[in-house]
Design a protein around this ligand. Structure first.
Ligand code: HEM
Length: 235
C-alpha cells in the first residue's frame, strides 16, 4: 500500500487523495448543516446538538484537530494539483477531452484554488468565533452546557460584517463544491461521459442546497432581528 507521501507524488494519486478527503469533508458539511438548522427547531434543539458534541469530552478536540488535518491535507494536495496544471498548461483556457467527456471548465473549476484558500482561512476564523467564542451556559435536562445558539444569534443579528461576510463565504463554498463534488466522483469512479454528466448535475444540486442552507442562517437572523424572527424560538 503506498503511503500518503508516495500517493501524493503522482497526479493520479493526488486526484484520488483530494477526492477521498473532499468526500469526507462534504459528509462533515452535510452533518454540520443539519446541526445548524436546528436553530429553527425547538428552543433548545441547537444547544442539544452542541451538548451531544461536547459529551465526547476531549475526543471532540481530537475530532476537530483530525478534521482540520483533513482540511489541510485536502488544501495542500489541491494547491499542488493546481500548481502542476499551471506549469504544464501552454495556453490558458485550453479545451481538454478524456474518456469522461470534455473537462468541465467553468468559473467554479478555475477558481478552485482561490475559493479553497478562502475556505481554509474561514474555517480557522470560524472555529475561533463559534467553537472557542465567549458564550454563556444553559441547563438542559439538568446538565449545564454551552449556549452556542445565543452566540450564533447575537453574532449575526448585531453585525452586518458577520452576516454578509458569512453569506459571501457560503457562496464561495457553493462555487467550490459545484466543481469539487463532480471532480471527486469522476476521480474515484469509472469514467464515462454519461456518468460524468450525471455527477455534474448531482454536484450542482448538492452545492446549491448546501450553500443556500448555510447562507440562509446568517441572513435570516440578521434581517429577522435575531430572537424576534418568526422561525426562531428563544428560551
Ligand atoms: C452559517 C454557517 C455556519 C454556522 C452558523 C456554523 C456554526 C458553528 C458552530 C455553532 C460551531 C460550534 C459547535 C459547538 O461547539 O457546539 C461550529 C463549529 C465548526 N464549524 Fe461551523 N457553522 C457554519 C458553517 C460552517 C462551514 C461552511 C464549515 C466548513 C466549511 C464549518 C466548519 C466548522 C468546523 C470545522 C467546526 C468545528 C467542529 C465542530 O465543532 O463541529 N462551519 N460551527
Amino acid at each position: 500500500m503506498p503511503s500518503l507521501l508516495q500517493a501524493a507524488q503522482s497526479q493520479v494519486g493526488r486526484k484520488i487523495l483530494t477526492g477521498l478527503t473532499g468526500i469526507f469533508l462534504v459528509l462533515f458539511i452535510i452533518f454540520h448543516l443539519g446541526g445548524n438548522l436546528a436553530i429553527f427547531g425547538e428552543p433548545d434543539a441547537m444547544n442539544r446538538y452542541s451538548m451531544m458534541l461536547h459529551d465526547f469530552g476531549p475526543l471532540l478536540w481530537v475530532a476537530r484537530v483530525g478534521l482540520l488535518a483533513v482540511f489541510l491535507i485536502h488544501a495542500w494536495i489541491g494547491i499542488s494539483i493546481w500548481w502542476h496544471k499551471q506549469k504544464a498548461r501552454p495556453q490558458k483556457y485550453e479545451v481538454y477531452s478524456s474518456k469522461a467527456g470534455p473537462s468541465r471548465q467553468s468559473l467554479s473549476s478555475r477558481s478552485m484554488a482561490f475559493t479553497g484558500v478562502v475556505l481554509l482561512i474561514f474555517v480557522v476564523f470560524h472555529i475561533n468565533t463559534f467553537a472557542l467564542g465567549d458564550m454563556g451556559t444553559v441547563t438542559i435536562d439538568g446538565q449545564q452546557t454551552h449556549d452556542v445558539k445565543t452566540l450564533v444569534i447575537d453574532t449575526f443579528s448585531n453585525s452586518a460584517f458577520y452576516a454578509f461576510g458569512y453569506a459571501f463565504v457560503m457562496l464561495l463554498l457553493g462555487t467550490h463544491l459545484g466543481h469539487g463534488i463532480w471532480s471527486a466522483f469522476t476521480s474515484l469512479t469509472i469514467k464515462s461521459k454519461k456518468a460524468s454528466a450525471m455527477f455534474y448535475s448531482i454536484s450542482a444540486v448538492l452545492a446549491i442546497i448546501l450553500a443556500v442552507g448555510f447562507l440562509f442562517i446568517p441572513l435570516y437572523i440578521y434581517f429577522g432581528g435575531g430572537c424576534e424572527a418568526a422561525l426562531i424560538q428563544c428560551q
